[in-house]
Design a protein around this ligand. Structure first.
Ligand SMILES: [Zn+2]
Length: 283
């Protein structure tokens, strides 16, 4: 085994340990792959907790998903990974997990596409939700294909998240960033509003990406044509033109059972509660 292969196996073990330690995965969930060379990939085995792997457990597969070496079998989500490598020659590793807060956004159908954190803008840009696809079928790779050319991190509807990067730890750190971003977004939305970073500042941050070592193609693309002409392939960051930004009241957590949104001012809500209390008193 070459030193490079040893190093990749060790990095995958470490990334799996961190995913499990941070509760981004439960049980035997999640999977990690990395390019070994232009013919082979190293992949995590299925039916194993990714928190307790050893380097010898890894599976070597080709880019069509055929097993070349290893005692175990690769994850059934391997086709999603292969689709990402096919569409992103710059990417050397892919991480898939179910981080609970980001996955909560994916379940609620709320993408992480608002320009609110400078570091997220420079590392990931917007994080759209890929349409639901049954795990382990071709539906998921098909859905991921549409977005992956323009984004390094995706939420998977009713499932989890997937990230890619120049090496295993780079892809892993993007998963950490997504979950951290989701946690902060959740708090801001529970507090009732988000102060968006202006479009001008977003463009300035985009210009700094090279300095931060983030050469990915177009996670901040402004024009869908940049993402290969597919109109749904690129979800632009939501950022206001005004240099002062703006406050976005967020009531997306308040919905009727039919899914329609309710918008209430504090006064309207108080009046409704007072009304309900009075009704109860009278009955
Ligand atoms: Zn999964």
């Amino acid at each position: 085994m070459t030193r490079i292969e040893e190093q990749i196996r060790a990095e995958i073990v470490e990334a799996g340990r961190r995913l499990y330690a941070r509760a981004y995965i439960a049980s035997n969930d999640g999977n990690i792959t990395a390019r070994l060379d232009d013919r082979r990939l190293v992949a995590t085995p299925k039916s194993v907790s990714k928190g307790f792997m050893t380097p010898d457990m890894m599976v070597i597969v080709d880019y069509d998903g055929h097993k070349l070496a290893g005692e175990r079998d690769a994850s059934t989500e391997l086709p999603m990974h292969l689709e990402i490598y096919r569409n992103r020659p710059d990417v050397n590793a892919v991480v898939h997990a179910h981080p609970p807060i980001a996955t909560g956004f994916a379940v609620a159908g709320i993408p992480l596409t608002r320009a609110v954190l400078a570091e997220v803008i420079t590392t990931l840009g917007s994080i759209p939700i890929v349409e639901y696809g049954t795990p382990s079928t071709s539906e998921l790779p098909d859905a991921v294909r549409k977005y992956i050319r323009a984004h390094d991190g995706l939420l998977l509807a009713n499932h989890g998240a997937v990230t890619c990067g120049s090496d295993v730890m780079a892809a892993y750190y993007k998963m950490e960033t997504i979950e951290h971003f989701a946690r902060i977004s959740l708090v801001a939305r529970l507090l009732g509003r988000e102060h968006l970073i202006s479009r001008e500042e977003v463009e300035r941050l985009q210009g700094l990406r090279g300095m931060y070592g983030s050469p990915a193609p177009a996670p901040l693309c402004a024009d869908p044509a940049e993402a290969g002409g597919d109109p749904v392939a690129c979800q632009v960051l939501e950022a206001p033109a005004s240099p002062d930004g703006r406050l976005v009241p967020d009531r997306s957590f308040v919905q009727t059972s039919g899914g329609g949104e309710i918008r209430l001012t504090y006064g309207e809500l108080s009046a409704l509660i007072a009304d309900a209390v009075n009704t109860l008193k009278e009955s």
